[in-house]
Design a protein around this ligand. Structure first.
Ligand code: ATP
Ligand code: MG
Length: 566
């Protein structure tokens, strides 16, 4: 397993359970977890929490963690998803070594165990329709009713189950059900279906089967086959644990321990794969890797680092109750990492031309710029300076308000790593728009200080017009405009909360020449503007940068004021 910045001795209620089990010798000191995605979509930040937890625990306790594709539903699953899941888990920094498993490879064993249950009088073939099964199940307050087929003989059940397998019956006409207790307080134990008929080929094991195991039947037994010790899942499976235990006991097989924790919810986001798929299919986003998506692919393309995601997962911890984490915490973890690793560069998103009248025409000099003040080893670089520059349009006001200290007519400011300049004149087009500034510079201020000790109140960034490289910048806001986009009134849809301004494309930016060779995935801090990452589509001919996150950190403030609940 690769290194991570997560502390080695983090703790939480799950790790406490494992320590206790190791003390009592419950699993002989073994720790073996698994990450069990269903390959029916791309992984998202919620999965990252589960990945960090399962692989993190294995690493911390010197155990193992399997990657298991929970591929029991043949119709929704695709190879594309399997490939992406593998890639994403690796990108996050985890390694399942040779332990890549598929629930579908256990179908023979699962089938044999179903036969064993029938032989023990603990399962029966039921002819009720799905509708009737629901009807017979009862409610939380009322017991269910026994199926009319509950008392079939073992022989008849074996015969019918075999014929189900042979393909004699149409989809949905029969099921195999565990015979538990239709009056059980926990509805999951009211004779749950364990096999259904589905005439569909499976992407991994082909057309061998026309009966498929249900999730509850496949999951615990897969854990058992793999010798999992702690089967960690999200809270909605808490009510399924008695069934998980019942199956293992009824079969008399090795019995892992299921432990539930609260799933990750984030503000301004939707997290279910069903919805993410809907956003992709409906064209609301560019694809699974749209930089606004909280998929691992989207986050990567946006410029997130695996370290930042792992740190985030560490910080939020694991608990037994549901809560919603502030998106700003995720961004805080990201800034914290990018601040350490991202080289600083100068880029101008909305250029305004500046001509320095007293600077010699044709002269070019190179000023020395610090690559990363947080990392001395990153060194310095040369940035060309010349008579015609671009500055940020926002850094000039013809009629500056009170607290605006940047450039204005008659005012002097510092150019980062350059000289002091003073705005002498404003050039406008026919419509009165400012199109150019005429300035002078003070040759004595090279490097940013005046020998006479006079001060300026602002330092602005710039690029040399002749040397700068054109680029496109994509500025993102949250995909949803409400903190809880899923909270909608009856008859409304979460998609109504999509943020119409979640993407702003700025096509005429200029970046300093050192960025000409930026490769997709390269990350930078554009000074004063935020962290940016070269997009997957970026080329030498057309540079495209995604703004990963702005520099403004509101999380630290929130935390200080004590309002943080993360
Ligand atoms: P979704 O609800 O997004 O469709 P899922 O639970 O159906 O997700 P799986 O592929 O079954 O997706 O999930 C694989 C593992 O990831 C499971 O163990 C599941 O508990 C975990 N997981 C999924 N979503 C989250 C989340 N938001 N927070 C933490 N763990 C999650
Ligand atoms: Mg699932």
């Amino acid at each position: 397993m690769s290194t991570s910045e997560t502390p080695a001795f983090s703790t939480d209620f799950i790790r406490e359970i494992i320590r206790e089990d190791n003390k009592t010798g419950k699993f002989g000191g073994r720790v073996h977890t698994r990450f069990p995605p269903e390959p029916n979509g791309y992984l998202h930040i919620g999965h990252a929490k589960s990945i960090c937890l399962n692989f993190g625990i294995a690493r911390q306790f010197g155990g193992k963690c399997n990657l298991r594709f929970d591929d029991t539903n043949p119709v929704k699953e695709e190879q594309e998803y399997i490939d992406s899941i593998r890639e994403d888990v690796r990108w996050l920094g985890f390694d399942w070594e040779e332990r890549e498993f598929y629930a579908s490879e256990y179908f023979d064993q699962l089938h044999a165990w179903a036969v064993q249950l029938i032989e023990a009088g603990k399962a029966y073939v039921c002819d009720l329709t799905a509708e009737q099964i629901r009807e017979f199940r009862g409610t939380l307050t009322e017991p269910g009713r026994n199926s009319l087929y509950r008392d079939r003989s073992v022989e008849e059940n074996l015969d019918l189950f075999e014929r189900m397998r042979q393909g004699e019956f149409p989809d949905g006409s029969r099921t195999l059900r565990a015979k538990i207790d239709m009056a059980h307080a926990n509805v999951n134990l009211r004779d749950p279906v364990i096999y259904r008929i589905l005439h569909a080929a499976h992407p991994h094991v082909g057309d061998k089967w026309c009966i498929y195991p249900m999730y509850d039947w496949a999951h615990g037994q897969s854990d058992s086959i793999e010798g999992i010790t702690h089967s960690i899942c999200t809270l909605e499976f808490e009510n399924h644990r008695p069934l998980y235990d019942w199956f293992c006991d009824a079969l008399g097989i090795y019995h892992p321990q299921q432990i539930e924790f609260a799933r990750l919810n984030l503000t301004y986001a939707v997290m279910s794969k069903r919805r993410l798929l809907e956003l992709v299919k409906g064209g609301y986003v560019e694809g699974w890797d749209d930089p606004r998506m909280l998929t691992i692919k989207g986050l990567r393309r946006r410029g997130y680092t695996p370290e930042a995601i792992r740190t985030f997962c560490e910080r939020i911890g694991v608990a037994k109750f549901n809560s919603t984490i502030d998106m700003q915490l995720l961004e805080f973890c990201l800034r914290e990492h990018l601040n350490k690793i991202a080289p600083r560069v100068m880029a101008v998103l909305r250029p305004l031309k500046v001509v320095i009248d007293n600077y010699p025409e044709g002269q070019v000099e190179e000023v020395e710029a610090v690559n990363n003040p947080e990392d001395e080893s990153a060194g310095t670089r040369k940035v060309p300076f010349s008579r015609v520059l671009y500055i940020e349009r926002d850094d000039f006001r013809e009629d500056p308000p009170k607290k605006f200290f940047r450039l204005a007519p008659g005012r002097e400011v510092r150019l980062r790593y350059g000289y002091f300049i003073t705005c002498k004149d404003v050039v406008k087009d026919a419509d009165g728009n400012v199109v150019e500034l005429r300035c002078t510079y003070d040759p004595e201020t090279r490097g940013g200080n005046a020998p006479d000790g006079r001060k300026v109140k602002a330092t602005i960034h710039w690029v040399s017009a002749e040397h700068a490289v054109r680029a496109e910048a994509r500025l993102y806001d949250y995909l949803f405009s409400k903190p809880d986009p899923s909270a909608v009134e009856e008859g409304h849809d979460y998609k109504e909360n999509l943020n119409p301004d979640s993407l702003e494309t700025v096509s005429d930016c200029y970046v300093e020449p050192s960025l000409a060779g930026a490769k997709p995935g390269d990350r930078f801090q554009f000074e004063r503007l935020g962290y940016f990452c070269a997009d997957d589509t970026s080329t030498a001919e057309k540079l495209v940068f995604n703004r990963t996150v702005t520099l403004k950190d509101s999380w630290a403030k929130i935390e200080k004021s004590g309002k943080a609940d993360g």
